[in-house]
Ligand binder design. Structure first.
Ligand code: NAG
Ligand code: NAG
Length: 314
């Protein structure tokens, strides 16, 4: 789908991001077009209701399974340019389609292919008590940043990959309130006043995906889905084991964004998260070796709190 839009006084023909294809736009995060009904709104979205490998999920520490074969993740160092859009469902950064050499790739970890970073989504709540999609031990976070890449070894673009096996990787960065913010997170949300209304866009330059990541090589991984329609079960998720921090002022700025166009702003664009989904028989694998690290300071989402791996699973 193409729209023309006025970005910084220049008229561009842009590809609308995210929608990850030309999905129709009338799904929401509440009411009769909310998450409980996504699968009924459109036959192509039926997995949203009947799928058994859906996302997000709760990262239950007692279910974590240490997998010694999980390698460290590798994330490219390049800085990327792109466009930030208020989609009416969220705030999405879409990387410019640039030469292959300019793109950022995610590989290794649990991945068998290289994934090209294509979109960054931001989910957030109307209060600090919720906002994230993934949860840890049942606890929600005020926000979550998701970095989505597509399998560029096998597929041409994200819209093709999203329906295909091993198509997508999603990195979930949970966000806590803190005094200081990661510089790249600040950059990512630096232009919110340019995208207050649905359809508005702003150029964003020089985003470093690598420096956006929290300072940890520990993660939990599982096989899941897109967290919005059509809920395709093609996503390998990586939930990083340390949060990023956001200030109260930045959360406040996010809550000023609106779901509708300028002429009809509708409601604030908050609480754009899907509730957690059942694990069914999936595994939550981690590269944290709890046994070996017992005497060490164990990495954790909360200061002075430890994940407990279930010894029976190890
Ligand atoms: C790519 O990013 C640059 C910013 O450096 C911007 O000027 C340009 O318009 C973008 N191209 C597209 C196709 O969005
Ligand atoms: C993505 O790739 C497919 C297959 O090559 C192609 O048909 C489609 O037009 C591409 N979509 C976009 C949005 O570039």
């Amino acid at each position: 789908m193409f729209v023309s839009s006025l970005v910084h006084g220049v008229l561009f023909m842009l590809q609308v991001p995210v929608s990850l294809g030309s999905w129709e736009e009338w799904w929401t995060y509440d009411g009769i077009s909310g998450p409980n009904y996504w699968g009924l709104l459109n036959p192509e979205w039926s997995l949203c209701n009947i799928g058994n490998r859906q996302s997000p999920v709760d990262i239950d520490p007692s279910k974590l399974l240490f997998d010694p074969h999980l390698r460290p993740l590798q994330v490219g160092k390049k800085r990327i340019n792109g466009i930030i859009t208020n989609t009416g469902h969220g705030i999405v950064f879409k990387a410019n389609s640039t030469a292959k050499a300019e793109a950022v790739y995610i590989k290794s970890g649990p991945l068998s292919y290289e994934y090209r970073v294509d979109e960054v989504h931001v989910h957030f709540g109307s209060s600090e008590n919720f906002g994230s999609e993934h949860t840890v031990a049942g606890q929600t976070f005020p926000a979550e940043v998701q970095i989505l890449g597509f399998n560029s070894d096998l597929y041409k673009n994200i819209s093709e990959a999203v329906t295909k096996s091993q198509g997508i990787v999603g990195m979930a960065l949970l966000i806590q309130v803190g005094e200081e913010t990661n510089f790249q997170l600040r950059l990512l949300i630096s232009q919110l006043n340019e995208v207050l209304y649905k359809g508005q866009q702003a150029i964003l330059k020089s985003l470093s995906v690598q420096e956006l990541l929290p300072d940890t090589h520990f993660y939990t991984t599982y096989e899941g889905s897109l967290t919005m329609p059509g809920c395709h079960e093609t996503v390998t998720w990586l939930v990083m084991n340390k949060p990023l921090y956001i200030t109260r002022q930045q959360l406040y700025a996010l809550r000023q964004l609106m779901q509708g166009e300028q002429e009809n702003p509708k409601a604030p664009l908050v609480n754009n998260f899907r509730p957690t989904q059942a694990m069914h028989r999936r595994l939550l694998r981690t590269n944290i070796d709890f046994n070996r690290r017992k005497s060490l300071q164990c990495p954790t989402m909360y200061k002075n709190m430890f994940y407990q791996a279930n010894p029976g699973l190890q």
